[in-house]
Design a protein around this ligand. Structure first.
Ligand code: ZN
Length: 328
């Protein structure tokens, strides 16, 4: 069970604003929580709802123990409705159904809350239906809309909600959370650089394909700088068979980017920042040939290669071209 002080560690501004409005009894009728995956939007929703219902709260902090808190935690509270996309979108029927539920008074009190996850996936009809609902707020009702993409939310809806912006997670804090789960430090560090979504990070840390990706990227670096005449061969024998689709190819290049960023961190002696921690010895050996300027240029070429892959340029051409730029 999480508390506002847990949320405060990752989202201090949002926490302060929400706790303040709870303390002053000025909870808005509608909130729009905007932020990337894993930034704490669901946690904040759940806390806000518990604070709203909990009869034993200590200030804003819910007790996490009463029947309201426990049913909210398990998703079984009769006056709390969570709406999720049905397939790819949230349909008008779902919102109409919700509205109907809300014409009755709350089952246990007059308080009711609804949360719309991925609110940006509402069809236009659903969004218009919701708008009517938001235009006539009932006194004891809270709407919480969650989105990762605020641009896709109708302006008319946005303007009726209080916006809360969830910042990307602090990398060090996230890494520590992963380590607390038992993920080894080097993997936790790498995952924290690649994503700020807890579930995705856990999945990556257990994925054999991902572990192999890491070693292939390091082997590519080794080939480029120790046996450069074999670079193309390496691409064709190992790289393309491992990084097959475009998402995989992007990840391969992301890892390569991290390696050269590490090289820069090595040069400026910012050793704590180095992600491929086991590669420090190699960086030391390469430091003379791979100057800071060379590494910065490498980053530029890798970013360019990522852009070309996005634009569907043939991956073989993109990678062979990149090898020419990186060989040293
Ligand atoms: Zn409680």
């Amino acid at each position: 069970m999480k508390s506002w002080s847990d949320l405060n560690e990752i989202q201090p501004i949002v926490t302060k604003m929400l706790v303040n409005s709870i303390d002053k009894n000025r909870i808005a009728h509608a909130y729009l929580f905007n932020g990337g995956r894993g930034t704490g939007k669901s946690m904040a929703s759940s806390l806000l709802i518990k604070s709203f219902f909990c009869p034993n709260s200590d200030g804003a902090e819910p007790c996490n123990n009463c029947s309201d808190c426990r049913r909210i935690e398990s998703g079984n509270h009769p006056d709390v409705h969570w709406i999720k996309p049905d397939g790819a979108s949230i349909k008008k029927d779902q919102i109409a159904h919700l509205q109907k539920e809300f014409t009755y008074t709350g089952l246990e009190s007059n308080q009711k809350v609804y949360v719309i996850e991925h609110a940006d996936s509402m069809t236009t009809q659903a969004a218009n239906q919701l708008l009517k609902f938001l235009e006539e707020p009932k006194r004891e009702t809270i709407a919480i809309l969650l989105t990762e993409n605020i641009q896709a939310i109708l302006n008319t809806i946005r303007s009726r909600c209080q916006l809360m912006s969830f910042k990307p997670l602090n990398q060090n804090h996230f890494q520590q959370q992963l380590q607390d789960l038992g993920i080894p430090v080097s993997t936790a560090k790498l995952c924290a650089v690649l994503t700020n979504d807890m579930e995705e990070a856990k999945r990556l840390s257990e994925d054999e394909w991902f572990a192999k990706s890491r070693s292939i990227v390091i082997k590519l670096v080794e080939t480029l700088h120790e046996k450069k005449e074999e670079s193309y061969l390496f691409l064709h024998n190992q790289w393309f068979s491992h990084f097959q689709d475009s998402k995989q190819a992007q990840l391969g290049l992301d890892l390569l980017l991290i390696w050269y960023k590490d090289m820069i961190s090595y040069h400026i002696e910012d050793f704590d920042r180095i992600v491929f921690m086991d590669e420090k010895d190699r960086m030391e050996r390469y430091a003379f040939t791979l100057s800071q300027i060379y590494a910065a240029t490498a980053l530029k070429h890798i970013v360019e290669a990522k852009r070309k892959l996005m634009a569907n340029v043939n991956p073989t051409l993109v990678m062979e071209d990149l090898m020419i730029h990186l060989q040293r």
